[in-house]
Each structure stands twice: as C-alpha cells, then as structure tokens.
Ligand binder design. Structure first.
Ligand SMILES: [Zn+2]
Length: 132
C-alpha cells in the first residue's frame, strides 16, 4: 500500500514523527527495531535495518513517541532546517522516503509569496486575480 502526501514538521532536535501506519508497512513493530537511514536521488530513505545483511547507512531507533532523528549531515545535505521546514513522507513498499516539503500555490503551482488560507496555500498573485 502506498501512502502519499503526509507532511510533518521537523522539530528543534531534527526529529520527525513517523506515522504508525508507515511504521507497520516497514515492518517496524516496536520502538526498538533499528532503522537504517540513507540518502538516495529521491530523498532520504528509511528502512528497517537488516543487521545480517549489513548496513551502509546510519542506524537510528525511534523514541517512545515514534520519532526518529534525521542525522544532521543528512539535514544539511537537503537544507532542512529544524522547526522551519517540513518533510513530505511517502511509503514505497517497505521503505519510507522523506522529501523536503516545498509548498506550492493550489492555483498556479508557484512557490512565491504563499499564504495559507483554510489549510491551502495560495500565492499573492492569485489572490490579486481573485480580488479582481
Ligand atoms: Zn498562484
């Protein structure tokens, strides 16, 4: 099953909450399962670490609230700022992909001068057009 479009903020310690459904899809049952974090073209990839096969990425565990720390180097690589940026969370088979969330205007797809109105992003150009 694929889940798309879940957006979660990065907290001040660089953590993000992994939705429970996604943890289950990854095969993460408890909070003690190690998760491997690595970077691919598509974004930040999280998967259940398989210690027998060996791991190449960073190993992190969830905390008791289901949060995981995104390693600082990885955050720097994607220019993800704590408490400012959000990540879009996708589930692909048994992996989770995190991408920096870049909001766009619901009308024109632009990303400048966005304001939020009833949970939707609208750019000032479109607002001015609506007003006319
Ligand atoms: Zn617009």
């Amino acid at each position: 099953m694929t889940f798309t479009g879940i957006v979660r903020g990065v907290d001040r310690l660089g953590r993000i909450v992994l939705p429970k459904k996604m943890r289950i899809a990854m095969g993460i049952s408890g909070l003690t399962d190690p998760i491997e974090i690595f970077v691919s073209e598509g974004g930040i990839v999280l998967k259940k670490a398989n210690m027998q096969e060996g791991v190449s990425g960073e190993i992190r565990c969830l905390d008791k609230f289901g949060r995981i720390v995104i390693p600082k180097e990885v955050r720097n690589l994607f220019d993800i700022k704590s408490q400012i940026d959000s990540l879009e969370i996708y589930c692909e088979e048994d992996t989770i992909i995190l991408k920096k969330y870049q909001p766009t205007c619901i009308f024109c797809g632009g990303n400048e001068g966005l304001i939020t109105f009833k949970d939707k992003k609208i750019c000032t150009l479109c607002i001015n057009e609506i007003k006319k």
